[in-house]
Design a protein around this ligand. Sequence first.
Ligand code: MN
Length: 235
Amino acid sequence: MITLWQLPTTTVPISGRLESFPVRRVYCVGRNYLDHIREMQEGSERDDPFFFQKPTDAVVTDGSSIPYPPQTGDLHFEGELVVAVGRAGSDISVAEAPGHIFGFAAGIDLTRRDRQRDCRDLAQPWEAGKSFDHSAPCGAIVHADQAGEILSGELRLSVNDRQRQRTSLKLMIWNVPEIISHLSLSYRLMPGDLIYTGTPAGVAAVEPGDRIDVEITGLPALTVTISEGETHASQ
Ligand code: MN
């Protein structure tokens, strides 16, 4: 039983540091790799990427056991590079954007794909598909100074040791400075913001008992397992 005064704040470990990164907001980019747009067969390949949000407390850390969420029979992984924001700014230029980056992490944008398709078909907001409990696993953050050439590296996601996604991060439609610049036109970015930068092709369903590993060149791996769903009784 958790009472009001014991509500935890959401933090993510920082690699090599005692302090953790406090999460303020979670932004996500949709449609940022052409091969994923093609596999989803939605919209025009010429449509721009766009943004949506997840609740801050949807973030869970490396090693988490994630209960299979309610209201879905089609829970999908989406392996993604996560950018942690370290400096506030609005209307940030592409040239200035790297100065607003605190660091990078491996992440997963968990998606109730059946509910997301409902949202599309009914022209409703995406929350039911994207913004549920435990839907934003995030690995330890590596400070940008220690991260090296992350943005020319590779992302790989495997389920139970079978590789399901693999891409060069260079294949993003909007690269990381462009994402920061576009996002800052609509929202004032603040320290503590996380930005999930979109997923490549290969997304698919997972089941209770599955283990998901995300590896990005130069970053600590992120591993989560899917467990049986919780009941929604009165805890
Ligand atoms: Mn995504």
